[in-house]
Design a protein around this ligand. Structure first.
Ligand code: ATP
Ligand code: MG
Length: 415
């Protein structure tokens, strides 16, 4: 067996002082969660500022690519390294282990028991791997200093892969890391993690999740900062279909791969929308509708223990997202509304949605409740007092309707 563990490096959480243990625990929880969904058995544990996922089965009990893809969805991780773990031994033995490592990782065949210095006489092939050995002696009891280990390992690699490996200390294409601890770790690739902070370390927020491109990205961005998510989706049957709802469930599943489980509240918004349509000026429909969405989402936020709302709005994207419109929408909420995409161009948002894998689902052409009852010429500069006055026309019916919408909401736990 060559690879025995994944070394998982984290960034920002390292600087959190007293909270550090809590941050590490949240990270370990998330790592265990994502690894429970892939093939293989792993022991995830923390040790001296590092997190490890030890492979419990043999080399073909897991698919490294699948494991890495899963770990790349764990916020807080900045580096994922597949590591060979061998017992502490003299530098000559470490060098032999390094040869085994390189043979496996780079599919090269080593020369058996090469003579010392034999590699030097062979000309380098054009595609020779340029490398540098970087030894860290975390275990100070180890009697040989790191530079001597570097030299021994480097020489052995040159002899074992003549012409195929070349030392370059200034600009190597491969760094071979040797860490001497309670055991010796050998690795050469640091695959980037998603960054951010572990989910569960920064409170909870309620995402207004539609079937569009923006709101899944907004949720992903907030979750990336360590915030646990729940979500509210408004549909309008029979004007919107079951498939439109399924699309939102699918999007929630994609976001949940990063954020962990999401409680998705599916609110039947039809009666409220019809009432607004019937009683309020048509150019104000979207704004008024948005305000009721905020109020209902806030209800679920409080119920779920969330401190804020999250939307996918961005200044000026559509009529309901001008500054004046956002002011009117904001007014309906009594808790903070986070709009992480506020200054993003549509293309920036699309780029993220492609990267996180929500784009293809978002562009499926199903109707959204907001697009059904839209005015031809919506107000772009609504005045709050005018909007509030229009809402008064709903006074007789709206409380009961809100209550009914809340009571009839279906909550789906997305894992
Ligand atoms: P998205 O791509 O997220 O749907 P959008 O560009 O279509 O955004 P709007 O339809 O104006 O923009 O919606 C603005 C925001 O309001 C959305 O990002 C979302 O947070 C919220 N929202 C809109 N429609 C719904 C809905 N049906 N259910 C829940 N939230 C919604
Ligand atoms: Mg939308």
């Amino acid at each position: 067996m060559v690879f025995k563990t994944f070394l998982l490096k984290y960034g920002e959480i390292g600087i959190k002082g007293k909270n550090r243990g809590q941050f590490e625990d949240a990270l370990v929880t998330r790592i265990r969660h994502v690894l429970s969904g892939v093939e293989g058995e792993f022991d995830v544990h923390k040790e001296q500022g590092r997190i490890y996922a030890d492979v419990l089965g043999d080399d073909d009990s897991f698919d490294p690519d699948e494991v890495i893809a899963a770990l790349q969805k764990v916020f807080g991780l900045v580096g994922i390294c597949q590591v060979m773990k061998v017992p502490v031994a003299d530098p000559d033995q470490i060098a032999r282990d390094a040869v085994r490592f390189i043979a496996q990782e780079y599919s090269l065949t080593p020369v058996e028991d090469p003579e010392e210095g034999s590699g030097e006489s062979v000309p380098f092939e054009p595609d020779a791997i340029t490398f540098k050995v970087h030894t860290r002696r975390a275990n100070k009891q180890y009697p040989v200093n790191s530079m001597d280990v570097d030299a021994e390992v480097g020489a052995k690699l040159l002899d074992s892969f003549p012409g195929k490996m070349k030392v370059d200390v200034h600009d190597p294409s491969m760094m071979l890391y040797i860490e001497i601890r309670e055991e010796v770790f050998i690795y050469s690739k640091i695959i980037p993690g998603p960054g951010g902070m572990p989910v569960g370390t920064n409170g909870k927020a309620q995402l207004l999740l539609s079937g569009g491109i923006d709101s899944p990205v907004a949720g992903w961005m907030i979750a990336k900062r360590g915030v646990t998510l729940d979500a509210t989706y408004f549909h309008a049957p029979p004007y919107t279909s079951e498939r439109a709802k399924q699309k939102v469930v699918d999007l929630a599943k994609l976001v949940a791969q990063y954020s962990g489980p999401i409680r998705l509240h599916v609110v039947n918004f039809t009666d409220i929308q019809l009432a607004i349509y019937e009683k309020c000026p048509h150019d104000e429909l979207t704004i008024i509708m948005r305000r009721y969405m905020m109020r209902i989402a806030e209800h679920f936020a409080k119920q779920d223990g969330s401190q804020a709302l999250v939307t996918g709005e961005s200044i000026g994207q559509v009529a309901s997202q001008t500054i004046q419109s956002l002011v009117c929408t904001d007014d309906a909420a009594t808790i903070p509304v986070f709009r992480p995409l506020i200054g993003f161009d549509k293309q920036d948002i699309i780029d993220i949605s492609l990267k996180i894998g929500t784009y293809d689902t978002s562009i499926q052409p199903f109707e959204d409740c907001c697009t059904i009852f839209v005015a031809k010429h919506p107000v772009t500069k609504p005045h709050l007092d005018v909007i509030q006055k229009s809402e008064m026309k709903l006074a007789d019916v709206i409380d009961a309707m809100m209550e009914e919408a809340i009571q009839s909401t279906e909550t789906i736990v997305i894992r």
